[in-house]
Design a protein around this ligand. Structure first.
Ligand code: T3D
Length: 271
């Protein structure tokens, strides 16, 4: 299938392959570390994908040998300067990381992350915030924050314990050691670890597969899996019933059942 390149800022490349919007973090000389400009473009690219009804899944990856080294520590917005008072780095979180993490969580389509190399700091937590994470064998995840005197951000404080439990979350966040992709998979931090030369194909295959599925049901599945963690059983059952009732009125449920009964492939279109 041909990949057409759409207009975009250089630091985040945007392309379309079938119903999949492909976003590539593109500052390989700095291991795709996030500058404020890049964070703004990434959020805009996610907004654009969310608003384009031709998009049924998003695939995010990185250019070069890394996925993303987290916040660019040389960005003038946060870089400490001699003889100047410390800068308020909370500003960066309020204006860039919080909206980015929330945008990811509220995407109306599933988001697959193909982690092609090291994912550190906010780069790791942005990846882990995606719906399905597939990583190359040579990739790794680093909660680099403690090494520079910070706490996990970009959703890390919320995600880590949920993904790997208290002991492993603390080990990752306190020590800031590199977790190889195969161990990340065996710990349940990510969905899959694949040979390096299969990453691009595997990421695209997952995204294409999700793009052909009933999008609304996938997005509500994401929602209930997160929300149910905070609920007691009875409230979770009630939320299941409410969402199931809504989905039951949608085209895709009617189509799924009819296709099953007709012994044909379903054609889903809700978003
Ligand atoms: O203000 C705030 O900080 C709040 C927000 C926080 C969110 C965060 O993400 S905090 C965490 C920030 N990230 C880090 O602390 C990771 C820093 N990077 C590293 O520890 C290492 O680079 C890696 C373990 C990721 C990879 O190591 P390695 O040996 O494979 O590569 P390298 O040689 O260290 O890096 C290659 C180049 O990328 C190098 O530039 P050069 O010397 O070739 O010109 C290096 O400076 C640059 N680079 C890597 N990470 C960053 C970076 N430049 C700017 N910011 C980075 N985060």
């Amino acid at each position: 299938m041909s990949q057409s390149t759409l207009p975009a800022a250089d630091c985040v490349l945007v392309a379309q392959e079938g119903a999949v919007r492909v976003l590539t973090l593109n500052r390989p000389q700095a291991l795709n570390a996030f500058t404020a400009t890049m964070l703004a473009h990434l959020r805009q690219a996610l907004d654009d994908a969310a608003h384009d009804r031709a998009v049924r899944a998003v695939l995010v990856s990185g250019a070069g040998r890394a996925f993303c080294a987290g916040q660019d520590l040389s960005d003038p917005l946060i870089k400490p300067e001699a003889d100047q008072p410390p800068k308020d780095i909370g500003h960066l979180l309020d204006h860039y990381y919080i909206p980015l993490a929330l945008r990811l969580r509220s995407m109306p389509v599933p988001v697959v992350c193909a982690v092609n190399g090291v994912a550190a700091g906010a780069g790791a937590n942005f990846a882990l915030g995606c719906d399905l994470v597939v990583a190359a064998q040579s990739a790794s995840f680093i909660q680099a924050f403690s090494k520079i005197g910070l706490i996990p951000d970009c959703g890390g404080s919320w995600l880590l314990t949920r993904l790997v439990g208290r002991a492993r979350a603390r080990q990752l966040a306190l020590l800031g050691d590199k977790l190889p992709a195969d161990q990340a998979q065996s710990w349940g931090l990510i969905a899959r670890c694949v040979p390096d030369d299969q990453l691009a194909a595997e990421g695209m295959a997952l995204a294409q597969r999700l793009a052909a599925m009933p999008t609304k049901a996938l997005v509500e599945t994401r929602r209930i899996l997160d929300e149910a963690l905070e609920l007691n059983l009875e409230d979770a059952l009630k939320l299941e019933a409410r969402l199931q009732s809504q989905l039951g009125f949608a085209h895709d449920y009617q189509e799924g059942v009819n296709a099953f009964l007709d012994k044909r492939a379903p054609q889903y279109k809700d978003r």
